[in-house]
Design a protein around this ligand. Structure first.
Ligand code: G6P
Length: 602
């Protein structure tokens, strides 16, 4: 949700900023801009549209200078136009402000500023910060920022430059900011991938932190100006991991990375007859589990519910985080609240887990991004080790979340004594096979591309799955909507007859997850019901199945695996179906319209 890059050093700032913004474009891509300081002036360039539009403008309008700030936007207040793009400059051009988040009291602040003679050139909430800082400025930029922030409230990652200062002043509350440490140069960014070409040494700012970033160093304070110590963290993500590596899209690269990702998620954690997760929490203390998450992570939560209930015999409630946080959920000290998040920054998820914590729950984050906000607030974190995920549509993080939830369920089952050693050995053996099974499934891509081509003009799609494959159906529908813009609905297969069956006609492709499971026959009946009404069935079935092909027009075969692990393998063809359909339709796969990879506003 908006990408920020700031640089102060010896390199051309505009090149560092543009390069960093490219690596963050997944965070927002409706407009972009930058300001560079040279000869006591701040030169600004901003453009509506993708970053490439700004890059073109920069090619014919060089901005020399080695201190600058830049931004890619995902609009909240004000349409994606040139004036609404960041940075926002004061009328005199002395201060440039970049802001990610929402200033909730911007309207009264703006009224006051207007009454005091300020004129505004954008419709954004962010611009009030530029004017406020200008009013407070008496020669000390950090002090002016501090005073301005004492009047504003809401969420912000704020980056400020002044034409008379060789420094960048930053502050954060809610929205993420990370500082990259170099030699004779320092960096600011909203996420680690922007920093990877230059440094692995980073400081993750905490809520309520400010920092003054100069060529020589970084001074972190709280919002009152008191110095605070923040750990310097070495990030282990490689630069190659954050680049496309010859693939046409990040999403495809990330789909193909899934076997390796599973090895990383599971690696070193699976023992002979148990799982080692290095968690401090004590499973026997809890008699119920709540799982909160958003988007794709929510479907991982749903799979997690089936796993935990089946293997650890603990009641599990799942809920989208944006609902949970306002519902006054019934939570006590015997509740374990788990949140699942790739970014670890999704504000709804963060607030939901805070709510559970306030009510006394033990908290666990199942998270990809190291050092992210959620990891700092939960009692314990289970990292999924998926590496940087850049494609806006989540793929490899999802599969890693599923593997992490399977391990967690086995671990809790062992601790609670609900799982026999034999069952554990069997499950672990199946988990060890997952990387290879996903690898094999990827070989289906040409066949899936053919199916995508056949149905790419459909207006709607229906996805059906039972039991632990119901969330797979929902995730398949979500992937398709996100990147192809085809309307897709998902239902638990048994629910089809209670309404969605009315939608079925010869134009509707229906994707049915009919893999080997105790509910297989019932799902085959659902396929027959669709066929009887003229619907076109694309089935995902287990290799060796001879039934499904009799009723479905198209079948994608996946390797046989333990039914509780089937979602890990079965989601792969659905990811590929969405990908190939989007490519057929000429969609922007990595940056689908209106979406942002991590949503740090409500
Ligand atoms: C956004 C993204 C989704 C993602 C969701 C949760 O809506 O577009 O792809 O699943 O956020 O993100 P998280 O980082 O918390 O997993």
């Amino acid at each position: 949700m908006c990408g920020i890059v700031g640089y102060v050093g010896f390199r051309p700032a505009s090149a560092v900023i543009l390069d960093g913004l490219k690596r963050l474009e997944y965070r927002g891509y409706d407009s972009a801009g930058l300001a560079v300081k040279a000869n006591g002036r701040l030169e600004v360039l901003k453009r509506a549209g993708k970053l490439s539009v700004l890059a073109e403008a920069l090619a014919s309008h060089a901005l020399p200078g080695s201190l600058g700030v830049g931004h890619t936007r995902w609009a909240t207040h004000g349409a994606p136009t040139d004036p609404n793009a960041h940075p926002h400059l004061t009328e005199k051009g002395d201060i440039a402000v970049i802001h990610n988040g929402i200033i909730e009291n911007y309207l009264p602040l703006k009224e006051g500023l207007l009454a005091r003679g300020h004129t505004f050139s954008s419709e954004t909430d962010s611009e009030v910060l530029a004017h406020l800082i200008e009013e407070k400025y008496r020669g000390d930029l950090a002090e002016a920022v501090r005073l301005a922030l004492s009047e504003a409230y809401g969420a912000y990652a704020l980056v400020v430059a002044h034409r008379d200062h060789e420094e960048i002043v930053v502050a954060r509350t809610v929205s993420p900011l990370v500082i990259g440490l170099g030699e004779g140069e320092n960096f600011v960014a909203s996420d680690v991938p922007a920093l990877l070409p230059y440094t692995r040494r980073v400081i993750f700012l905490h809520d309520g932190d400010m920092a003054i970033v100069t060529r020589e160093g970084v001074a972190v304070t709280d919002l009152a100006g008191n110095s605070v110590e923040r750990e310097v963290v070495m990030v282990d993500w490689s630069l190659e991991a954050a680049e496309k590596g010859g693939y046409p899209h990040y999403m495809l690269k990330e789909i193909y990375e899934q076997p390796r990702v599973l090895e990383n998620t599971l690696g070193g954690r699976l023992q002979e007859a148990g799982v080692t997760l290095g968690l401090g929490l004590e499973p026997t203390r809890y008699d119920k589990v709540h799982i909160v998450a958003c988007g794709t992570a929510y479907y991982a939560a749903w799979v997690g519910k089936y796993l935990l209930e089946a293997l650890a015999r603990v009641p599990v409630e799942i809920e989208v985080a944006s609902e949970y946080r306002y519902r006054d959920p019934v939570v006590d000290g015997k509740t374990l609240a788990i949140c699942i998040s790739q970014s670890g920054e999704t504000i709804d998820t963060l607030e939901a887990i805070r709510e559970a914590k306030r009510k006394g729950a033990g908290t666990l984050g199942v998270i990809n991004a190291k050092g992210s906000s959620i990891t700092r607030e939960v009692d314990d974190t289970l990292y999924i080790h998926a590496g940087p995920e850049i494609g806006v549509a989540s793929t490899k993080a999802y599969i890693a979340m599923l593997a992490a939830m399977a391990m967690l369920a086995v671990w809790m089952g062992r601790a609670k004594g609900t799982l026999e050693e034999k069952a554990v050995r069997e499950l672990l053996a199946e988990m060890r096979r997952l990387p290879r099974l996903v690898e094999e499934t990827l070989e289906q891509r040409p066949h899936i591309a053919h199916i995508a081509e056949k149905y790419h003009q459909a207006q709607d799609y229906l996805f059906l799955g039972r039991h632990i494959q119901a969330p797979t159906a929902y995730e398949g529908a979500l992937k398709l909507k996100e990147i192809s813009y085809i309307h897709a609905e998902a239902y638990p297969a048994g629910e089809m007859k209670h309404g969605p069956i009315a939608l079925i006609d010869e134009r509707l492709p229906v994707v049915v997850l009919a893999t080997h499971s105790p509910f297989y026959e019932k799902t085959v009946s659902n396929i027959q019901e669709v066929r009887a009404r003229g619907g076109r069935v694309i089935a995902v079935a287990t290799e060796g199945d001879t039934e499904v092909g009799k009723f479905a027009q198209d079948v994608i075969y996946v390797p046989k695996v333990h039914p509780l692990l089937a979602p890990v393998v079965s989601v792969v063809p659905l990811q590929l179906l969405a990908y190939e359909t989007a490519v057929c339709l000429g969609r922007d796969v990595d940056q689908p319209r209106n979406l942002a990879k991590s949503v740090t506003v409500e």
